[in-house]
Design a protein around this ligand. Structure first.
Ligand SMILES: NC(=O)c1ccc[n+]([C@@H]2O[C@H](COP(=O)([O-])OP(=O)(O)OC[C@H]3O[C@@H](n4cnc5c(N)ncnc54)[C@H](OP(=O)(O)O)[C@@H]3O)[C@@H](O)[C@H]2O)c1
Length: 278
């Protein structure tokens, strides 16, 4: 590690593709050193090389399966072993979907998803939040960045029960609720917590469930760069929830006024013909 006089250090999970790869780039462009993590090491090296070349910051690669038992703790230890003294921004972004009717889906797949989407994100916050509280106000990097921050990639699915993707939607509802409560708890400690709630985004996410893009998706998808930029702007502003597109914002409003059963029906409609647009 070189002393680049950076704004601080950001740890981005799920940085090998999609929203996480763009988050690493957007945050690095703001002068942060980054630690990028996921399972595919070669992909992470490409991301790290790009941000170092284009933004002149330090990038550290840690390959880790966060759905494995002890995965979050192993990542925390590896980051410390790499000589990173402080994580100023924790971006809990890694997440996967599992599609299918609950009576037919494989519990092993859903348990891995819960470990990743829920347990690892919570444990990383558990490990880093106390340290962030201890440093808040001191702005360790000295580069004029925002307060220590946690960014959780939730989803518009945080707001909709989704028949056909019930456990995934439940995992994202958890993440949003957890984020909002933690934001409140840490407000006076100078640590911000932001949840970003995208609608459909063009990433590898759609293909992880062996689904094809549905006709309904055309015209409402976002690109991962715009989601990352909106999320980071929200972190800088200390926002608690970010809806990164007009479609996501509309969805967020709709659930406030529709009857509960209609909201669940709407959730059901996001999964059609074996495809999902949330
Ligand atoms: N795309 C959408 O429509 C959409 C909408 C709302 C919310 N989201 C959320 O956005 C986040 C990012 O997803 P994305 O759309 O950018 O999809 P993506 O391109 O599939 O990215 C998922 C990331 O998570 C990593 N990951 C998957 N399993 C992992 C594991 N066991 N351990 C560690 N890392 C793992 C992947 O890397 P490796 O495979 O290399 O491990 C990858 O970097 C997720 O939380 C997702 O739920 C996506």
């Amino acid at each position: 590690m070189t002393d680049t006089g950076s704004a601080g250090t950001a740890l981005v999970t799920g940085a090998s593709s999609g929203i996480g790869r763009e988050l690493a780039d957007v945050i690095a462009a703001d002068g942060y050193d980054v630690v990028v993590t996921a399972r595919r090491e070669q992909r992470l090296r490409e991301v790290a090389d790009r941000v170092e070349r284009e933004h002149g910051v330090d990038a550290t690669v840690v390959a880790q399966d966060l759905a494995a038992a002890g995965g979050a703790r192993a990542l925390y230890d590896a980051v410390a072993a790499a000589g990173i003294e402080a994580v100023d921004v924790l971006a809990n972004n890694a997440g996967v979907p599992v599609y299918g009717d609950f009576t037919e889906t494989d519990w092993a797949d859903e348990r891995r998803m819960l470990r990743l989407n829920v347990e690892a994100a919570t444990e990383l916050a558990k490990l880093y939040a106390p340290e962030m509280v201890g440093r808040a106000g001191s702005n360790s990097g000295g580069g004029g960045g925002p307060d220590p921050a946690i960014l959780n990639t939730a989803s518009l699915a945080s707001l909709f029960p989704i028949p056909g993707k019930a456990v995934y939607a439940g995992s994202k509802a958890y993440l949003l609720s957890f984020s909002r409560a933690l934001a409140h708890e840490l407000e006076d400690d100078g640590v911000t917590v932001t949840a970003v709630c995208p609608g459909a985004v063009e990433t590898e996410y759609a293909t992880r469930g062996d689904v094809e893009e549905s006709e309904t998706m055309s015209g409402i998808t976002s690109d991962p760069r715009s989601v990352a930029e909106a999320a980071w702007a929200g972190v800088r502003d200390g926002d608690r929830i970010v809806f990164p597109s007009a479609f996501a914002s509309y969805g967020g409003q709709a659930v406030r006024v529709l009857p509960r059963k209609a909201v669940t029906k709407l959730g059901e409609r996001t999964v059609e013909d074996g495809a999902s647009w949330l």
